[in-house]
Design a protein around this ligand. Structure first.
Ligand code: SF4
Ligand code: SF4
Length: 129
């Protein structure tokens, strides 16, 4: 850990296969959407880092934009950065990103949005300072 870091969170990697996961009701599966029956109860659920599958494309669901606390458009900013359109990403609010990671957690495609934004912001500040 670095000098300015004061917390260390350890989370289960969740890298296990779950047979017939697509037909399971998901009582104990944390999810931002209401796709699982866990939406019916609000008690705390175990959380892990499992991505439940391979890399997936953005499906334009808008979940990241709805959950973002600083009201930027993460999906558009991410796509601009992937296309190397930094000015466009800035116009979509890249520098306002608080790097909270909520978008990454809620994204159904498990795209590492926060890491993309963190790296892009670091690169931008390095080049402009
Ligand atoms: S990491 Fe950035 S873009 Fe994602 S929800 Fe947090 S503030 Fe918004
Ligand atoms: S939550 Fe994920 S899949 Fe949905 S729009 Fe955002 S980046 Fe795309």
């Amino acid at each position: 850990m670095g000098f300015y870091q004061n917390a260390l969170n350890l989370i289960d990697d969740g890298d296990r296969e779950e047979p017939f996961a697509f037909i399971r009701p998901g009582f104990n599966k944390p999810s931002y959407s209401t796709a699982f029956l866990s939406a019916l109860h609000k008690s705390a659920l175990p959380m892990d880092c499992g991505q439940h599958g391979e890399a997936r494309a953005c499906v334009n669901c808008g979940t990241c934009a709805r959950i973002c606390p600083v009201d930027i458009l993460p999906q558009f900013a991410m796509k601009c950065l992937v296309a190397d359109e930094v000015e466009e990403a800035l116009a979509h609010g890249l520098l306002d990103c608080a790097e909270c990671g909520l978008c990454t957690y809620a994204c159904p495609s498990k795209i590492e949005l926060r890491e993309v934004f963190r790296a892009a912001k670091a690169q931008y500040h390095k080049e402009t300072l």
